[in-house]
Design a protein around this ligand. Structure first.
Ligand SMILES: [Zn+2]
Ligand SMILES: [Zn+2]
Length: 335
């Protein structure tokens, strides 16, 4: 690891207070002006279970892209974020990607979304306590899954699973366990009740068992998954208290409708920005333009996020290409 990178709890209070104003300024500037494309708060490193990019590689690739010059390594619900620092002229801000729940007016469904918390004071108690609570809820999901699997005669070790799923997207935990345990379930197939298969037939191939198992497990642990989502309004309050900002990540992937009323409600809740430029929006300049307008009308900022997850081959070029495509998308949308 390079010099100057420190994890939460590692640095002195005085130092942090001085830094905060340094990194919030470009964040706020870029949120206010859609033409400023010098930030990427959404890069996953190998702290996330779904990325294999190490920190040194990540910094090299950001440097190679020439821009952005403010980045956040936003891994899933982790406490291993990196406190703000400068490396090779790139400013790094504390960031984390969190699954939230929220309700809308005149609508009784509970919705979920991914949000990015950025620029907060890394040692803030409210943020840390909230993340610890989510980590515990994640363990409850694993416990509930282990309990369900026991019904099929499959015992899995707590530690085995907990470690591997600790920084996985919560929605992926049941899928991961179904995939890795399907062979054991297949061995115990005689214990599986007839109703196990939705189509009324027993599935005997490994892929079929894995997908049926996922279907059953997901349904059984749905109530616990809800506990692993941070209520959005509470998260906003905690992150604002810690001096940070809240960005709604990839709105379309979180099934957020591009409607004025919905953006107005986010604005009322205190959302600071929307990740308008994201790989999921490539080829959709009109939707980007529309989101820009909705954000502006509701005093919400806009941001760019690569949501880069890394790859063994050609990491650097892949990242450079994503940033280039997002900038082209920006230019197309502005027209
Ligand atoms: Zn996400
Ligand atoms: Zn992400």
């Amino acid at each position: 690891m390079r010099n100057g990178v420190c994890y939460v709890g590692g640095s002195k209070k005085k130092k942090k207070m001085r830094r905060k104003t340094d990194y919030l300024k470009p964040i706020v500037e870029s949120m206010r002006n859609p033409k400023i494309l010098n930030t990427d708060f959404h890069i996953h490193t190998d702290v996330s279970a779904d990325s294999n990019l190490n920190l040194a590689e990540a910094i090299d690739m950001v440097f190679l892209s020439g821009t952005p010059n403010v980045v956040g390594f936003a891994n899933h619900e982790t406490l291993s974020w990196i406190t703000t620092n400068y490396i090779d002229g790139v400013s790094i801000t504390p960031s984390v990607e969190i699954t939230v729940s929220y309700m809308l007016e005149n609508d009784y469904n509970e919705h979920w979304a991914h949000v990015l918390a950025v620029g907060f004071e890394p040692s803030d108690e409210g943020v840390i306590r909230g993340l610890i609570k989510l980590a515990n809820a994640r363990k409850d999901i694993v416990d509930a899954l282990r309990y369900e699997l026991r019904k099929y005669g499959v015992n899995i070790g707590k530690i085995d699973v907990a470690g591997k799923t600790s920084n996985m997207l919560i929605g992926d935990i049941a899928r991961h366990i179904a995939r890795t345990q399907a062979h054991k379930v297949l061995r115990m197939i005689k214990h599986i009740p007839y109703t196990f298969n939705r189509s009324g037939k027993r599935t005997l191939d490994i892929e079929g068992v894995a997908s049926e198992l996922f279907y059953v497990l997901r349904r059984k642990v749905n109530h616990v998954v809800g506990m692993a989502r941070w209520p959005l309004e509470d998260l906003i309050q905690k992150v604002h208290n810690a001096g940070g900002k809240i960005i709604i990540a990839h709105p379309v992937l979180s099934h957020i409708k591009l409607e004025y009323e919905i953006f107005a409600q986010f604005s009322e809740m205190g959302v600071d920005a929307i990740e308008v430029l994201h790989p999921s929006m490539l080829g959709r300049p009109w939707d980007v333009k529309f989101m820009d307008e909705l954000a502006q009308e509701n005093s919400i900022g806009v941001t760019m996020g690569s949501d880069f997850h890394g790859n063994y081959d050609n990491n650097k070029n892949e990242y450079v290409n994503i940033i280039r495509s997002l900038k082209d998308l920006r230019a197309e949308a502005i027209g």
